[in-house]
Design a protein around this ligand. Structure first.
Ligand code: AMP
Length: 292
């Protein structure tokens, strides 16, 4: 059931107009939530929007395919877009405002300032996508300054991104509450992603090996396995058996600092990235040793 919204739904495109609106809302004492996305909304995004709706007076959805977080050989030009469909879904979720700038508004000529979260951006996706997290941290900083939120919602699907944004928010004293939202999956286990539309039916079928690998590793972990190499091997086995899958990485790391672990003696994250053709999928599972 759609939740009734107090304000008429509005789409803003100019950063200055968005910031002025946010300042007005703050002056009225309203709590603002922001949900940054690159659009092409699926149920994963909608769970962020619903969590935001339940937590704040005003929810701002941002839709911006941020060029600075894409590498030169990545999928910026073909990234799927459906703004009209996205706005319809946002409206049905009872949203108040959507901020949909274009690249020229976000990066006027002469832009040259970047936000860098050093250690947390180095391993995993950061190692394979140089500059990606500087692009993310920079655009999220800008979106925070433009939308002036009290709270911001991010998915745990992009685990490293969430870690980077939490640290950036703390390190730069941004004073914004960061909320992580659990991964939303298709009925068969595939983590929802805008990029899933790129998959051929054969790739889609074999992409199940990611969640199966994570489930196998978690089962081994629950059965008492604590050796990182053994857990990684358990996660890799179904993916190695999928002929169309090309592993970018499968790694087990400390859940907070993303440093390597040889044995799981605290909260850990098993994170992976796998290519199917040119499509790169990511997924992860947090492993928490129970206290005895
Ligand atoms: P994106 O549009 O891919 O940049 O994602 C926007 C936000 O939605 C990010 O915070 C993602 O982590 C989150 N998100 C994407 N897919 C999922 C999912 N399957 N479950 C939960 N959150 C997600």
């Amino acid at each position: 059931m759609p939740v009734p919204s107090r304000l008429p739904f509005e789409v803003l495109r100019a950063p200055a107009e968005m910031r002025a609106r946010a300042e007005d809302l703050r002056r009225d004492g309203l709590r603002i939530a922001v949900v940054p996305t690159m659009g092409y909304l699926h149920d994963g995004h909608l769970s962020l929007l619903r969590a935001a709706r339940a937590n704040a007076d005003v929810v701002v959805l941002t839709i911006f395919v941020n060029p600075t977080q894409f590498g030169p050989n990545e999928d910026l030009a073909r990234y799927p877009r459906d703004e009209a469909g996205d706005l319809e879904k946002a409206r049905a979720c009872g949203l108040d405002l959507a901020f949909c700038p274009d690249a020229a508004a976000m990066y006027p000529p002469g832009s040259q300032t970047f936000v860098e979260v050093r250690e947390l951006s180095s391993p995993l996706c950061g190692e394979r996508r140089p500059g990606h997290f500087a692009g993310v941290a920079t655009v999220v900083t800008k979106l925070f300054h433009i939308t002036r939120p009290h709270v911001a919602f991010f998915g745990e699907k992009d685990y490293q991104q969430l870690a980077v944004i939490r640290r950036m928010t703390r390190d730069l004293d941004l004073g914004i509450e960061i909320v992580g939202v659990p991964i939303v999956r298709e009925a068969d286990g595939l983590a929802m992603s805008s990029r899933n539309v790129y998959l051929t039916p054969e790739e889609r079928a074999q992409a199940l090996s990611l969640s199966r690998g994570l489930a196998a590793a978690e089962a081994a972990f629950r059965a008492g396995e604590r050796d990182a190499a053994a857990l990684v091997a358990a996660a890799r086995a179904p993916i190695d058996a999928a002929p169309l899958a090309r592993i970018d990485y499968v790694e087990l790391r400390d859940a907070e600092e993303l440093t390597p672990m040889t044995r799981v003696d605290g909260r850990a994250v098993l994170a992976l990235a796998v290519f199917f053709g040119k499509t790169r999928l990511i997924d992860n599972r947090v492993l928490v040793p129970s206290r005895r």
